[in-house]
Ligand binder design. Structure first.
Ligand SMILES: [Zn+2]
Length: 272
């Protein structure tokens, strides 16, 4: 599967959105409470646009969806842009084989509540997230913690995770280990994470996933993750700087999204 990204220059890339989320405490939670039915990347993208235009963040829908809900988009309002995955088929020249690949397109189709008028909306409840449900849906097994080194907070091995019963931040550690599994790290090598996270791209990816999940879901540990990722971003300048590559940022948003959706009572269809 290949990824092709067509993007207008006005839309920040995923790595810029991730930096925005990391450097502004509270932003992820705000985005989640306003736009929880959208993917984590689109939530941040939606919120950033609301902030740039001075719009009150709230539920977002397309023009026809608002019409179904008895509301209409106010005159002169400009739509917000979100990223949509589309599946494409391509036939190679001189071959009968057809390749399927996912492509991302940016569409300006969404309006937030404050850009509309009309019938009152039903109050919106945010679905509860449950760790055991997430593990089952992701096909990841929680195994007993059998490490003899007490500094180890948790580990990930293939599709198994274990959390030290005495871990300082058990939820954060669980989300970090789930991050390693979903990002595909744990099939490459076993991870045993101690109290201090070593500096490596895989660790910054797993810790960013934990940050997005912890802050969205209001779980303890977001500040610890933020500190680690900020420290990563602040090291070096110019060609020495350790940026989070665009490809990693895409993987991080996708993994966080999978983990959050998996822990909800019903896996809602992906709107965008
Ligand atoms: Zn780790």
């Amino acid at each position: 599967m290949e990824n092709h990204v067509y993007q207008s220059p006005a839309i920040p890339n995923w790595s810029a959105l991730l930096i925005e989320a990391v450097t502004k405490p509270g932003l992820i939670m705000k985005a989640y409470s306003a736009f929880h039915s959208y993917s984590v990347g689109n939530q941040i993208l939606g919120l950033v646009q609301c902030q740039m235009r001075g719009l009150q963040p709230g539920p977002i829908n397309t023009f026809p969806k608002w019409k179904d809900l008895g509301r209409f988009v106010k005159r002169g309002e400009r739509a917000l842009t979100l990223c949509m995955p589309i599946t494409c088929k391509r036939r190679e020249d001189n071959s009968d084989e057809e390749h399927t690949f996912t492509s991302f397109v940016y569409k300006a189709r969404w309006f937030t509540l404050s850009q509309t008028d009309g019938q009152e909306l039903e109050p919106i409840t945010i679905p509860e997230w449950d760790a055991e449900r997430a593990l089952a849906a992701l096909n990841i097994e929680r195994v007993p913690f059998d490490h003899t080194d007490g500094n180890i907070q948790g580990f990930a091995k293939q599709r198994q995770v274990a959390i030290n019963p005495l871990a300082q931040l058990p939820f954060k550690t669980l989300l970090h280990e789930l991050g390693h599994v979903i990002l595909g790290h744990s099939t490459e090598v076993d991870f045993a994470d101690s109290e201090t996270t070593p500096r490596s791209l895989r660790e910054v990816e797993a810790e960013s996933v934990a940050l997005l999940c912890c802050e969205s879901l209001g779980l303890e540990g977001a500040e610890y993750c933020r500190g680690y990722v900020q420290n990563w971003l602040s090291r070096g300048t110019g060609s020495d700087s350790e940026m989070i590559p665009e490809k990693s940022a895409q993987k991080i948003f996708r993994a966080a999204d999978q983990i959050i959706r998996a822990g909800r009572p019903e896996i809602a269809p992906v709107t965008a």
